[in-house]
Design a binder for this molecule. Structure first.
Ligand SMILES: Nc1ncnc2c1ncn2[C@@H]1O[C@H](COP(=O)(O)OP(=O)(O)OP(=O)(O)O)[C@@H](O)[C@H]1O
Ligand SMILES: [Mg+2]
Length: 269
């Protein structure tokens, strides 16, 4: 990928869990400064592992980058601790929208504030509420009781509180209604454009991801098998078949069917 300066370069990394389980087998990804890049792939392909390798969260699961390198703004980070990586400006929004359920929405946001580099907590909250007006309305509600979409907004908002340079988003659309997904992705696009936050977006919803990100990588069983502009990937027959749920007969498969098909296919190989 040739798009000028990269904020993050993953260079041929290998990742193992518990010193023996090899999950990433040579993954290379580049994220241009200020860009949005999507990472697609079926269940178990290694998408979340890739994000955890970047953020350093891998170490909390007894995982390790055993080969290759990850460079953030020219600095090697693959052996750094998660707290240091967060300080440098990388934040991961983990899958499954984990709010602190017993805390209010605003208290959840404040949890992200201790990593702020410059502005006050108040400024941070104002910024979050500017982009997520719904969260301002819900700020005093217990986050365990707000809707799934509002919880997802809360965890993205919490990430924003850290004044990140790079946000790693793990399946933000999961389990949300189309209208909400649309709303959240509009905001994510705005954050990228207006706040110049670089984004690595992991999605099983390929159609969505290819709409939001101009460039994407496709991962299968721990390897990048394809990377190209989203325009080209959208036109690719394999992508149409397996990831966009379009059969060659022109009908539409449900995403679940495609996923199952992929799983079966893996067992056969
Ligand atoms: N902590 C762990 N210890 C051992 N193996 C793990 C661990 N976490 C993940 N794995 C394995 O690594 C592989 C990749 O998992 P990962 O969660 O990165 O996939 P994914 O692409 O994010 O999948 P999904 O779409 O289901 O979220 C899987 O085979 C998984 O079982
Ligand atoms: Mg995952």
């Amino acid at each position: 990928m040739d798009t000028g300066e990269a904020i993050l370069k993953i260079n041929n990394i290998e990742v193992k869990y518990h010193e023996v389980i090899l999950v990433l087998k040579g993954v290379s990804i580049e994220i241009p400064r200020g860009g949005i890049v999507a990472l697609l792939g079926a269940n178990g392909a290694g998408k979340s592992t890739t994000l955890k390798a970047i953020s350093g969260l891998l170490k909390t699961e007894d995982g390790e980058v055993t080969d290759g390198a990850i460079e953030f703004e020219g600095r090697h980070i693959h052996h750094e601790r998660a707290a240091m990586i967060a300080k440098m400006g990388i934040v991961q929004v983990i899958e499954g929208r984990r709010v602190f359920e017993h805390l209010t929405v605003e208290e959840n946001l404040k949890v992200g504030a201790h990593l702020r580099k410059s502005g006050s907590v108040r400024d941070g909250l104002e910024l979050v509420y500017h982009y997520f007006p719904r969260l301002r309305e819900k700020r005093n509600e217990i986050s365990g009781f707000v809707s799934g979409g509002e919880q997802q907004m809360t965890v993205v908002g919490r990430a924003l509180m850290t004044e990140p340079k790079l946000v790693l988003l793990d399946e933000p659309s999961m389990g949300l209604a189309p209208k909400l997904i649309h709303e959240i992705f509009n905001i994510i696009t705005k954050l990228n454009k207006e706040e110049h936050i670089s984004i690595l977006l992991v999605e099983q919803n390929a159609k969505l991801a290819l709409n939001v990100a101009p460039y994407a990588y496709v991962m299968e069983t721990g390897r990048i098998v394809m990377d190209d502009s989203s325009e080209k990937l959208s036109a690719n027959e394999d992508i149409k078949d397996f990831y966009l749920g379009l059969t060659d007969k022109g009908g539409r498969k449900s995403f679940r069917d495609v996923k199952h098909y992929k799983r079966r296919k893996r067992w056969l190989t």
